[in-house]
Write a protein that binds this ligand. Structure first.
Ligand SMILES: NC(=O)C1=CN([C@@H]2O[C@H](COP(=O)(O)OP(=O)(O)OC[C@H]3O[C@@H](n4cnc5c(N)ncnc54)[C@H](O)[C@@H]3O)[C@@H](O)[C@H]2O)C=CC1
Ligand SMILES: O=C(O)[C@@H]1CCC=N1
Length: 289
């Protein structure tokens, strides 16, 4: 296999939002060629037709074509929901081979359980991307199984760097990373929803409240990035002694803002682990005597 992705054949099992986010990044950055990208789902033909026409890739839900896609792929990306893992893996198991790289984006599903469910020794990269990958600003956490060699590490890193940043962590940290960056976009949107609502309640037009909130979040994120100052220090600069911001931060503290975010991050991590654990364990192999 080539060490750049231009010749690499990548098969996505699952054709939902996460698969599309990664595919869009790979194609727009020209890291991978559309004709080398294969996508498959269970049955939604409209979705496959859309992906074909939008990206020029190959897409199917036909079992025989799926089989062909999976046999020729260098990299297989698992992009189904945790609840669909059992059925999808039963179909996949006989079609994968140990020369391929398996990349999983499934929240909470450990490498050991993936190996056990698929009864495989193939190299596995477990990842936790986020939806900002759609616009190339994703934050992906990644762990490698012991069977992933340097070339495959490069391939996986390159794939996700096409859609944002990559942070390599020990596998046991992927759940807390899910709490921070996997679910994280939702906290920011929720925060924005609340800010827009309060602005409207206070008398701003919906349009102004939206635009002011958006620019405020964009500006604050860029400030952290460009000044490289600590968020706490940047907050201090906004907060004039005994001023409006000090009063508002005190209001946030009265409602335990920091504790609420902390609880959200830990609960996401816990739920990711639960979802992984709820995927049925493989049944033990019974050896005939
Ligand atoms: N949405 C997010 O923010 C993030 C999601 N993830 C993970 O990504 C995975 C996919 O999530 P989404 O794309 O949001 O879900 P989605 O519901 O948009 O897409 C799932 C896709 O899997 C397909 N599928 C289901 N069973 C299948 C089978 N047996 N064979 C082939 N395809 C099958 C469905 O047809 C659908 O196209 C999940 O495991 C989730 O934990 C990870 C990081 C962030
Ligand atoms: O909510 C979920 O389960 C997935 C994992 C992180 C973001 N979405």
């Amino acid at each position: 296999m080539s060490t750049t992705l231009s010749q690499t054949k990548i098969a996505f099992v699952g054709a939902g939002s996460m698969a599309e986010a990664i595919i869009r990044g790979l194609i727009e950055t020209k890291v991978a060629a559309p004709q080398n990208i294969y996508v498959m789902n269970r049955s939604d033909q409209d979705r496959l037709a859309f992906l074909r026409s939008e990206y020029g890739l190959q897409a199917t839900s036909d079992p025989l074509t799926k089989e062909t896609f999976l046999r020729v792929a260098d990299v297989v990306v698992l992009c189904m929901k945790p609840k669909d893992v059992e059925n999808a893996f039963a179909e996949l198991q006989p079609l994968l081979n140990e020369q391929q790289l398996l990349v999983s984006v499934i929240a909470g599903l450990s490498i050991a359980k993936t190996e056990a469910l698929l009864q495989t020794n193939m190299p596995i990269v477990r990842t936790m991307p986020n939806t900002s990958s759609t616009i190339g600003l994703g934050a992906t956490g990644m762990s490698f199984s012991s069977k992933v060699n340097a070339t495959f590490k490069q391939v996986a890193t390159q794939m996700f760097e096409a859609v944002g940043t990559v942070t390599i962590v020990e596998e046991e940290k992927l759940e807390i990373l899910t709490g921070v960056s996997g679910s994280g976009p939702a906290y920011v949107y929720y925060f924005m929803e609340a800010m827009i609502k309060a602005g409207i309640e206070g008398g701003l037009s919906a349009e102004d409240a939206h635009q002011l909130t958006l620019q405020t979040v964009l500006g604050a994120a860029h400030m952290v990035q460009l000044t490289q100052e600590n968020p706490a220090e940047l907050r201090r600069k906004v907060t004039s002694p005994n001023g409006a911001t000090q009063a508002s931060i005190e209001a946030l503290d009265r409602f335990q803002f920091s504790e609420a975010i902390s609880q959200a991050v830990f609960r996401s991590a816990e739920r990711a682990k639960e979802m992984g654990e709820q995927i049925a364990a493989p049944s033990p192999v019974v050896k005939s005597s």
